[in-house]
Design a protein around this ligand. Structure first.
Ligand SMILES: Nc1ncnc2c1ncn2[C@@H]1O[C@H](COP(=O)(O)OP(=O)(O)OP(=O)(O)O)[C@@H](O)[C@H]1O
Ligand SMILES: [Mg+2]
Length: 256
């Protein structure tokens, strides 16, 4: 479905200095596939998602969706940003339904679906609150509901659980997997957490420090449905160790 072909991205700073964020990145994401991306801070993960979302253009190579070049944001793609990016003047329910309203895709049952999603995210009773009345983690959950309500074919998630406490994080991961199993959208999921990447994904893409390149793609053969109980399994350990080896070097992986 999504195809990145030799993608490079170089930014020019205001002082004219160039930053090469990505170099020669090639990756395919199949329809309904769950792909996680891990790598050090600054290696270009957010940039990669923005390119796929059509929010910024490539400097080299190409990004296509169903064989068509991605040059602008598309209705079948939804994104959860690293920061929640809610509309400060709109209540929770209006924030969640805003993209569909904007695209003229409101149906009779859209608000009910929104309420149901908010309830599964632990936000029942907060529909009428403003973002500033919520904690950071709650705001992020609203942003996740907003993306899911669009029922996208491609869901781009940039460290969506970064602002959540460990318990909520586990709960939301399992909830995301449940929704994904029901709808089977393609997911590109950026995370700093190696266990989270292994638990969620079919494949984990490991990126090098700047300029970001793909150094390995780890297939995760854990059976689904997944649960955190699988963290003790040999396959989980094998995947986590291999990813860690790339990120921290071989010696750190053996010591872990
Ligand atoms: N709009 C921009 N203008 C200039 N440089 C940018 C821009 N966006 C990103 N960069 C640079 O590109 C590099 C990659 O940034 P990016 O945000 O993609 O990294 P990241 O992997 O998402 O990091 P983190 O894990 O900290 O979120 C960084 O060096 C950053 O400074
Ligand atoms: Mg980022």
């Amino acid at each position: 479905m999504i195809r990145l072909d030799g993608v490079g991205k170089t930014f020019r700073g205001r002082d004219g200095a160039e930053v090469e964020a990505l170099r020669d990145v090639s990756l395919n994401v199949a329809e309904g596939e769950f792909v996680a991306i891990v790598g050090a801070s600054g290696c270009g993960k957010s940039t990669l998602l923005r390119l796929v979302a059509g929010l910024v253009g490539v400097s080299a190579g190409g990004v296509s969706l169903d064989g068509q070049a991605v040059t602008a944001p598309r209705a079948e793609t939804a994104m959860v940003f690293q920061a929640a990016t809610l509309l400060p003047w709109a209540d929770v329910l209006r924030n969640v339904t805003f993209p569909l309203r904007l695209m003229g895709r409101m149906e009779r049952d859209t608000e009910d679906k929104a309420r149901a999603l908010l309830a599964t995210a632990g936000l029942a009773g907060f529909e009428g609150r403003l973002p500033r009345e919520l904690s950071g983690g709650m705001q992020q959950r609203v942003a996740i509901c907003r993306a899911l309500l669009q029922e996208p074919r491609l869901l781009l998630m940039d460290e969506p659980f970064g602002a959540l406490d460990a318990l909520t994080r586990e709960e939301m991961s399992i909830e995301l997997l449940r929704l994904w199993a029901a709808r089977r959208m393609g997911v590109l999921f950026v995370t700093h957490s190696i266990p989270e990447a292994v638990l969620l994904a079919d494949r984990v893409v490991v990126m090098s420090p700047r300029p970001g390149r793909i150094v390995d793609v780890v297939e995760v053969a854990l059976p689904r449905p997944r649960s955190f109980d699988q963290e003790g399994s040999d396959e989980f350990q094998r995947c986590a160790r291999r990813i860690r080896a790339h990120i921290f070097g071989e010696r750190a992986a053996r010591a872990a």
